[in-house]
Design a protein around this ligand. Structure first.
Ligand code: UDP
Length: 483
């Protein structure tokens, strides 16, 4: 057993963006905890933002970090929102570096570098796990070098399945849209026949199908079918009907979610869940939350990538103040589309915020959601945020913008009925009404609260020793050790 553990070595390749970095780092810790060696390959830029690297290396002796250039010029801003540029640059520049690294890590003996130093004594590499979006170029390299490759998709199963069915929608003539009616139902995604409308499809579906971005995504979905196994941050009781559809195309799927909860259940220290933050967390909000009443606060966070115009920001702000609820709002320094858009704040908003608001640049979100003062979550429906909200049993109000978010929010509102979908609108009166509908007493809010708490209980069960995610992790660990 011990021998087998020492021989296992996996390389993980995350996309350098918070919502992808966090689940991949959780996976790294879960594998290391089982004695597996993990090489975690990140860009030099992410490495410079990743303050907990040394603490994690000390906590997990089999965790090894490697860094790589991202191919962008030094003066490139590398804003988190420029993900496409970072992805494109990695795709076009990093293959030779990756090939060399894989070859050197698969060798049995220590290697002497050009400068005479000896490269670490690690067991030979057995497998690579890539992020399943933007990183599919690595599949070619793994195939050349002869290493099995798994993909971690950081989205929900339902949005992943939707992506997978896009080529079928094109064939059936449902894409591109023939007119502007965004409420037309989408009928041909198995398992979601009466659920989705055009407006609920992934954001790039609104582009012409010969647009380079559209083409790129379709190529990525085709490429990912070449991986040996798929790892998903979801749990069976939440998405099993859709998972069985995915299983018709991906015979090996490991559902390990919610990752952050599985990590707590397996490892259980504070470092493991907070370690992945690439931004400074303002913890003063926790003291502010302590002073608020039970389930009274609406938490507002649009993740790490979504951007707003100043008009949208002001509409949200008015709506929140007009709802009369205390609010905790994450307003990132890079959240406005244009920095020139920053102007003086209207006095009534300043006064209202002082009375019952707290604005922070970045917060410890998992902890915030678990705080007893939180009664609702106004979210962009990024998958990490959604599954963190489910775990915490917090009803959601969804304002999706990009990528998989419109699919997730539809499932939140109409599939699982654990929130309300405010898709495509954010005028102040809608924000006010929806916050009230979510947080004020009534049959609908009660029903939503019950449903999200039912899923929260199922999520708790999934990460316990006899739960599906816990057992699937055991299976993944066994399978990796056998490679
Ligand atoms: N997050 C955080 N603090 C914040 C806002 C977000 O720690 O103030 C974390 C959040 O807990 C989640 C991640 O950032 O794990 C965002 O991922 P998600 O998939 O929700 O959205 P993305 O940023 O990819 O759009």
């Amino acid at each position: 057993m011990e021998q087998q553990q020492q021989n296992s070595h996996v390389l993980l390749l995350p996309l350098p963006s918070q919502g992808h970095f966090t689940p991949m780092l959780s996976l790294a810790q879960l594998l290391c905890h089982a004695g597996i060696h993990v090489t975690f390959l990140i860009t030099e830029h992410s490495q410079s933002l990743f303050t907990q690297r040394e603490a994690l290396s000390a906590r997990f002796p089999t965790l090894h970090f490697e860094s790589m250039p991202d191919g962008l010029p030094p003066d490139h801003g590398r804003k988190f929102s420029a993900l496409h540029e970072v992805g494109a640059s990695l795709r076009s520049t990093i293959k030779p570096f990756l090939r060399e690294l894989l070859i050197s890590l698969t060798k049995k003996d220590d290697e002497t570098s050009n400068d005479g130093s000896t490269r670490r004594r690690l067991p030979p590499l057995r497998c690579m796990v890539i992020d399943g979006i933007f990183m599919c170029f690595a599949i070619d390299v793994a195939e050349e070098v002869g290493i099995p490759i798994f993909a971690l998709r950081t989205t929900s199963a339902c949005s992943f399945w939707c992506y997978t069915c896009i080529p079928d929608l094109i064939q059936q003539g449902q894409l591109p849209f023939q007119d502007e009616d965004m409420d037309q139902p989408i009928r041909d995604i198995p398992g979601m026949e009466s659920l989705l409308r055009r407006r609920d499809l992934p954001s790039f579906c609104k582009m012409p199908i010969d647009h380079p971005t559209f083409k790129f995504f379709v190529e990525e979905f085709e490429a990912i079918t070449r991986v040996s196994a798929l790892i998903l941050n979801t749990f069976d009781d939440l998405e099993s009907p859709i998972l069985s559809h995915i299983a018709t195309r991906f015979p090996k799927i490991y559902t390990l979610g919610p990752f952050h909860a599985l990590l707590k259940s397996r490892i259980g220290d504070d470092l493991s869940s907070s370690a992945s933050s690439l931004r400074h967390q303002d913890r003063r909000c926790m003291t502010w939350l302590d002073s608020q009443q039970l389930r009274s606060v609406i938490f507002v966070s649009f993740g790490s990538l979504v951007k707003l115009t100043r008009v949208q920001l002001l509409e949200f702000w008015h709506g929140l103040i007009d709802s009369g609820r205390p609010f905790l709002w994450v307003v990132r320094s890079d959240m406005l589309w244009s920095e020139q858009e920053a102007h003086a704040t209207p006095v009534e908003l300043e006064v209202g915020t002082k009375e019952r608001g707290f604005i922070a640049e970045w917060v410890p979100q998992e902890e915030v959601l678990a705080h007893k003062a939180i009664g609702g979550f106004l979210t962009h429906s990024g998958w990490n945020s959604t599954i963190e909200g489910i775990w915490a049993g917090v009803p959601m109000l969804c304002w999706p913008q990009i990528a998989d978010q419109p699919v997730n929010s539809r499932w939140v509102g109409e599939g699982w009925k654990i929130g309300l979908d405010m898709k495509d609108t954010c005028d102040r009166s809608t924000v006010e009404k929806m916050v009230r509908a979510l947080m004020e007493e009534g049959d609908r809010s009660e029903q939503i609260f019950k449903s999200v708490n039912t899923f929260a209980k199922l999520a708790r069960h999934a990460v316990r020793e006899d739960g599906s995610s816990y057992k699937n992790l055991e299976k993944l660990i066994d399978d990796v050790k056998k490679l």
